[in-house]
Each structure stands twice: as structure tokens, then as C-alpha cells.
Design a protein. Structure first.
Length: 293
């Protein structure tokens, strides 16, 4: 837990929630706060299994997964490639497009390269690899454009600019290829930013989501396709905006979704009768390694 990304604080909350659940279940679980000495820590401690509670860079992008492969320690969540693919918003979208899975039209901007925008407003500017809505801006007016780009570039050298999709923001937790109950996210401010994500009362959650059965089916099928093409494993969460035409436009797949008692995946699990501690055990059971040698 913890780690080196700006999502460090969120990761610690997730990590402690998981740790408490494992201890309540009678398992021997110890927190590892990840820093640059993680290699030494892994070498000097006997570890049967790593329950990953890391978000963001080094934690969700294949780095820690690669290190754990070296040490032959099974870990929860996606493997090295699955983590890297899902974490990179550009690579994710290229793969989704290749497979004909709907996702907002987009273009890429590189730091220090001057070019004009192709897409008409409103658009959403976001760093290519980040989470928790950090550096994400919805641009509705031309005079917001430059500062939105600058904000996104403060997090990464590549920025993705997407058409703004008007619709229902949905999160679909996946138990492998099996979709869990859909959560409809309704931020009171209209934008599911960092504050709306982590301040209680700032967002309304409806689970199961208030959807027509055929809409829900389409969303679930899309989430399954995303899980497959982005090499999901374990219990990731696929985020979608169901647009006005009923098309599930895929935002992203989170390979290590938040696991605080108020997070979306535990909310979906509770709806299907799986309490937080049981969910933690189910996730634990999916731990594995890419390589068997
Ligand atoms: N194309 C879009 N249209 C409308 N809203 C968007 C779009 N892209 C992102 N958002 C909003 O911004 C939030 C964060 O975007 P997301 O791509 O999920 O990045 P992060 O990895 O930081 O969570 C989403 O939950 C959604 O509310
Ligand atoms: Mg997101």
C-alpha cells in the first residue's frame, strides 16, 4: 500500500481496509508500505502472496507486478501486460477501437509540440496515465482550454483529449468475466472529480443502477469485452458512460479499484450479498503469477 504515486493517500485507506478484513478473517497479514526499497523488503520477508492495494504509477501499471514475478510471489489483480495496458489510457483506447468497442473520439497531445485541437468543445483533457480524476478537466469554453492542457501536462508528457460524453456514469465491478451489479454514479457537482470521489455526501450512488434491462445487458456485455481485450484478471472495475443513444462508451478499466468500505466495488458486492470481508477473501483467491517457472 502507499507507494509513490499521487494516489498514495487513497491507497493507504484501501490498504488498511483490506488489512483489517484479512485480520478479521484470521489470516496473517502485514502491511507493506511501498517505497524505493521495495526490492529489499520483498527479499528479506517470507511472503506467500501479495494483496495489492496500490493505485497509480508503479502500482497499477505493471511495475510492481513485474517485481513480484521476479520474486515468484503471486499477487492480486491483472498481470504485467494487463496492468500496463489498462493503465495507459491511449493504449487502452487503441485496443478498444481495434475491437470495435465504443469509446469517446479522442486525440493525443504531446508536451512541447504545438498543434491545434481537432475536436469541438466540449472535450475532456486528461493525463495519459493517472487516476482519481487527477489532472482531468472538462473543457466547455475556449478560454479554459490552455489551462486544462497545462493541468494535464503537469501529470504526464502525453495528454489525451476526448469528446465529452453526456450520459450516465456507470461502474461495473467484474468477478473475472462475471459482471457484478452496476453502480450509477451521480456527483452532485456534475463532475466526478477527486473531491466528489472521496468526500462523503458529494456523490449519490444508485446500486443496482436504474437502467432498462436491455441497456444493462449492453453495459455488462461491453464490460466483459473490455475485461477480455485488456487482459483483466481478478476483480477489476470497468467505468462506462451510457450515452443518450444508449451506447456504453468505455472510459477505462481500473485494475486495482478502491477498496474502502465506501468504494464502488464493495458497494456492488454488498448488493449481491457479498460483505466486504468476504469480497476481500474472494479477491485473495484470484491471486496468481504470469509465469510458472
Ligand atoms: N469523455 C468523457 N466525457 C464525460 N466525462 C468524462 C469523460 N472522460 C472522463 N470523464 C469524467 O472524468 C472522470 C475521470 O475520468 P477517467 O477517464 O475515469 O480518469 P481517472 O483515471 O482519473 O479516473 C470520469 O469518472 C468522468 O466523470
Ligand atoms: Mg476513472
Amino acid at each position: 500500500m502507499g507507494g509513490l504515486s499521487p494516489e498514495r493517500e487513497v491507497s493507504i485507506v484501501t490498504g488498511n481496509s483490506i488489512l483489517e478484513a484479512l485480520n478479521r478473517k484470521g489470516l496473517t497479514a502485514l502491511p507493506i508500505h511501498v517505497d524505493h526499497n521495495i526490492g529489499e523488503t520483498l527479499k528479506s520477508n517470507p511472503i506467500d502472496l501479495a494483496f495489492l492495494a496500490l493505485h497509480g504509477t508503479f502500482g497499477e501499471d505493471g511495475c510492481i507486478q513485474g517485481l513480484l514475478e521476479y520474486f515468484k510471489i503471486p499477487y492480486t489483480g491483472s498481470g504485467v501486460m494487463g496492468s500496463a495496458l489498462a493503465y495507459d489510457k491511449l493504449k487502452s483506447k487503441e485496443i478498444l477501437k481495434f475491437h470495435g468497442i465504443p469509446t469517446a473520439d479522442y486525440e493525443v497531445f504531446y508536451k512541447n509540440q504545438k498543434k491545434s485541437r481537432r475536436l469541438d468543445l466540449p472535450v475532456v483533457a486528461k493525463p495519459i496515465n493517472q487516476g482519481s480524476s487527477l489532472g482531468v478537466t472538462i473543457v466547455r469554453d475556449e478560454d479554459q482550454w490552455e489551462s486544462a492542457l497545462e493541468t494535464a501536462f503537469s501529470y504526464s508528457n502525453e495528454v489525451i483529449v476526448e469528446k465529452f460524453i453526456d450520459g450516465k456514469l456507470l461502474a461495473i465491478g467484474m468477478n473475472g468475466m462475471t459482471p457484478m451489479p452496476i453502480v450509477h454514479i451521480r456527483p452532485k457537482s456534475g463532475f466526478y472529480d477527486y473531491e466528489a470521489k472521496y468526500t462523503s455526501g458529494k456523490t449519490e450512488y444508485i446500486c443496482p443502477a436504474d437502467l432498462e434491462e436491455n441497456e444493462a445487458d449492453r453495459c455488462r456485455q461491453t464490460a466483459q469485452q473490455v475485461f477480455q481485450v485488456l487482459r483483466g484478471r481478478g476483480f477489476p472495475r470497468v467505468d462506462i458512460i451510457l450515452d443518450g443513444d444508449g451506447v456504453p462508451q468505455v472510459l477505462e478499466m481500473n485494475t486495482i479499484p478502491g477498496m474502502t468500505p465506501t468504494s464502488l466495488l464493495p458497494m456492488a458486492a454488498r448488493e449481491m450479498g457479498l460483505e466486504f470481508d468476504e469480497l476481500v477473501i474472494e479477491i485473495l483467491k484470484t491471486a496468481q503469477r504470469d509465469y510458472t517457472e
